[in-house]
Design a protein around this ligand. Sequence first.
Ligand SMILES: C[S@@+](CC[C@H](N)C(=O)[O-])C[C@H]1O[C@@H](n2cnc3c(N)ncnc32)[C@H](O)[C@@H]1O
Length: 278
Amino acid sequence: MMQHSVIEISEKEYAKISQLVYNRFGINLGTKKQSLVMNRLRKVLLENNFNNFEQFYKYIQEDKSGVGLDILINKISTNLTYFARENEHFNYLQETVIPALRSTPKVSSEKAMRIWCAGCSTGEEAYTLAMVMRSAYKNTDNWNLGVLATDISARALEIAKTGIYSADNVKKLSDPAYKNGFIKVPGDKYQVQSEIQKLVLFRRLNLMRAEFPFQKKFHTIFCRNVMIYFDSETRKNLIKKFHQHLVEGGYLFIGHSESLGRDNPYFKYIRPAVYARV
Ligand SMILES: C[S@@+](CC[C@H](N)C(=O)[O-])C[C@H]1O[C@@H](n2cnc3c(N)ncnc32)[C@H](O)[C@@H]1O
């Protein structure tokens, strides 16, 4: 029988790789994810003929194309997501946030509603937002509606752009507003309807960027289950930037297991994991 030598990660190698992940992507792996990192990257090392993690690290450091970093983040980031996740948020958006924003003079004269889905992973959250928007605006003509959906993982964004999902992902949706948002395609899969896909623009964006390249402010930002991977300093900086990129009175939704902290001067608490810009 053929013997495969198993590549182990040393503490020193783990320290270097986790520091790199923190510096470039803000993701704080801490000291306990050594085996997880080793298991997620081992196959990459074997496939690309690296003998050890030190060699892989060196390659990423020296590679100017960014390909090495892409490979790393595609493997390290956790992309778990699903349609209508934490669905109370979508109900609250439709029943309270959109009507409240729409009735403000500024929004109603501009006739625009822009939502940023920051850390959109494979797209389910962004498409859910688009479905909610479409349903909230079905009788409102001439509005300019859009969801900007961004993530750092190129692999996740490739899936998102297809809008094609397995039947398992879609069949468990009970709300007709979501259920009717798909068409069946070959291979027992479902594709988000083109009318809904048109509302969503996917872009690659690192939330660690010093400045975000947006010309217009958003009415609502969803950044759910992303900041849990960041440390408090990184979170603080990002929250400040979310404030800058929201219209006055705009809303920020975060994951239900997350909090902005009591002492933040930028947002006021509305209800669990929902905040309004102050
Ligand atoms: C667990 S998923 C959350 C997906 C979705 N928001 C939800 O709640 O279902 C976290 C996402 O954050 C992205 N992410 C992590 N660090 C990032 C960074 N520095 N910039 C942009 N996206 C990042 C990951 O690639 C991943 O897709």
